[in-house]
Each structure stands twice: as structure tokens, then as C-alpha cells.
Design a protein around this ligand. Structure first.
Ligand code: IMP
Ligand code: MG
Length: 191
């Protein structure tokens, strides 16, 4: 897809596939005999979750939650509201929260508290991406796919205003100065 918003590629499609396979194998080893319940956080985690689940070789189940974190398009405020709750109780289940990205960590902090209060047998996190430079709260993230720099990421589930989730790779959003420099360069080269 050619689009001026799509900047440098942070994680290529084949790197994603390889790491997802590794995570699936790790989870299969760690959760043998425990029938884990994977909880996908809508909508961004759906893409990662569906690939991850197919790399898990033990019985497991899936459920979904949708949350809204108030804030601007690119910054969460830490105030979280549940838009869709789980279909079933999680008491005594081995719960694995599957997230697309941990940025400030505020959304995940809320989810860990909320789900932790429902008495699961265990509660862990599997995040595809993490931006350590942006973390505001310290969180236990058991499984992490990739650490990325402090850039707004799009693709493989991550959106900017609901767009770009379908990119098969993770890219950085073009920075504003790069954007304004782009057409100017093209124009001068063309002219
Ligand atoms: P946090 O609460 O700041 O950790 O981030 C909460 C949510 O913001 C994530 O689950 C994503 O949906 C979204 N988000 C954070 N950083 C990015 C990004 O770089 N690209 C796209 N979405 C992001
Ligand atoms: Mg999300």
C-alpha cells in the first residue's frame, strides 16, 4: 500500500510470523494441561491473536473485551471504560490477556486490576509490541513480541483513526516534518 502516512517499517511480516511462532511454542510449553483462556482486547489485538492462537498446540479458548481509553488519537489518558465485557466468568481460569501494544501501560493496568478482581487461577499478559520509552506504570508483561522505539505504530492491527489495521507489517507513522518535507522534495525534483 502506498500512502504518505506509512513511514519506516518497524517489524517486517516475516519477522512477525517468526516471533508469533516462538511465542505460540512458549505458551504451549508453559500452559500444558491448563486450558488457558486468551482474552483479546478489541480491536487491535485481533490480528495478532488469531495468528498466535494457531501457533498454540494445546487446548485453549478465546474471549474478547473492548475498552475505550479516553484521550487524543495518539495519546491515552488512563481513563478506561468497558465497551464489551467477557461472555463468561474467568474465576479459576488461567487467563492470558493478549494486547497489540503496551504504550503508557495505563489500559493494561486497568485490565489487570479489573480481571484480577474476578479471581482467575492465574493472570498474565502477552503483548505483541511494547514502547518502553513511553511507560508510565510498571507492569508484569510475561510475553512480549518486540520492543519498538517511541514512534506511533500502524499495521498488523494497529490503527490511526481505524485505518491501516490491514497492513501485513508494522510501520511507523510518518512524522509531520517528514510529511511536509516529502512533497516539497518531490516537487523540487520534478521541477
Ligand atoms: P496505553 O494505555 O497507553 O498502554 O495504550 C492503550 C492503547 O492505545 C493500545 O492498546 C493501542 O490500542 C493504542 N496505542 C498505543 N500506542 C499505539 C501506537 O503506537 N499505535 C497504535 N495504537 C496505539
Ligand atoms: Mg488496543
Amino acid at each position: 500500500m502506498r500512502d504518505p502516512n506509512i513511514g519506516e517499517i518497524l517489524v517486517q511480516a516475516d519477522e512477525l510470523a517468526h516471533r508469533v511462532r516462538e511465542l505460540g511454542a512458549e505458551i504451549s510449553r508453559d500452559y500444558g494441561g491448563r486450558n488457558p483462556l486468551l482474552i483479546g482486547v478489541l480491536k487491535g489485538a485481533v490480528f495478532f491473536l488469531s495468528d498466535l492462537m494457531r501457533e498454540i498446540e494445546i487446548p485453549c479458548e478465546v474471549d474478547f473485551m473492548a475498552v475505550a481509553s479516553y484521550g487524543s488519537a495518539t495519546d491515552a489518558s488512563g481513563v478506561v471504560r468497558i465497551l464489551k465485557d467477557l461472555d463468561r466468568p474467568v474465576a479459576e481460569r488461567h487467563v492470558l490477556i493478549v494486547e497489540d501494544i503496551v504504550d503508557s501501560g495505563l489500559t493494561l493496568q486497568y485490565l489487570l486490576r479489573n480481571l484480577g478482581a474476578r479471581d482467575p487461577a492465574s493472570l498474565e499478559v502477552c503483548a505483541l509490541l511494547t514502547k518502553p520509552a513511553r511507560r508510565k506504570v510498571d507492569l508484569p508483561t510475561r510475553y512480549v513480541g518486540f520492543e519498538i522505539p517511541d514512534r506511533f505504530a500502524i499495521g498488523y492491527g494497529l490503527d490511526l483513526g481505524e485505518r491501516y489495521r490491514n497492513l501485513p507489517y508494522v510501520a511507523a507513522l510518518t512524522e509531520r516534518d517528514e510529511l511536509s518535507a516529502g512533497p516539497a522534495h518531490t516537487a523540487s525534483r520534478a521541477g
